[in-house]
Ligand binder design. Sequence first.
Ligand code: GRF
Length: 201
Amino acid sequence: ARVVILISGTGSNMAALLEAAQDPAYGVRVAAVGSDREGTRGIELARAAGVPTFVVNFRDHPDRAKWNEAMAERIAEYEPDLVVSAGFMRILGPDVVGSHPAVNIHPALLPSFPGAHAVRDALAHGVRVTGTTIHFLDEGVDSGPIIDQVAVPVEDDDDESSLHERIKAVEREMLVDTVGRLAREGWTIDGRHVRFGRTAP
Ligand code: GRF
């Protein structure tokens, strides 16, 4: 399956996918890595790995709709079977999510703590267990059908950064596992329920 990965920052989840994709048996070809900003560690990593990259700078566009349109055009050039938002910090509009299946990884157990500060919000709420969710994207914020989740306990001395690092270690494993299965087995979405495999349940 051809995959386009979208990132905004460090790109450690992207790097895990690039590594897994080195093995042809994994079933994923990373067609391109795209970003909404220049100069991040993630985009440099992708370039160094020899993967095609594109940047559609949010600030170069008059409004969100125009930026989304430009992003959608660049993504479509690579004809992806799946778009993977892995640490991509902007909301993708219907131009993108209406044209290609897309998944997102979120550092909390959705529907708890959606939005851009999930780890901070979970800590502030005092939860003892949080985690990570991989879900299909729809037009809402962190709201599409859930594919998989893994729980991560909160330690007494955690701060946002220590907790986020432990979540990210779990995310990389879950992302590699889930994207590989989607690519190799296909999927079926029945309402809010996602199953691997192409035959309807
Ligand atoms: C991850 O925790 C992801 O869930 C969140 O942003 C983080 C990205 O980390 N949306 P990285 O760029 O993959 O290192």
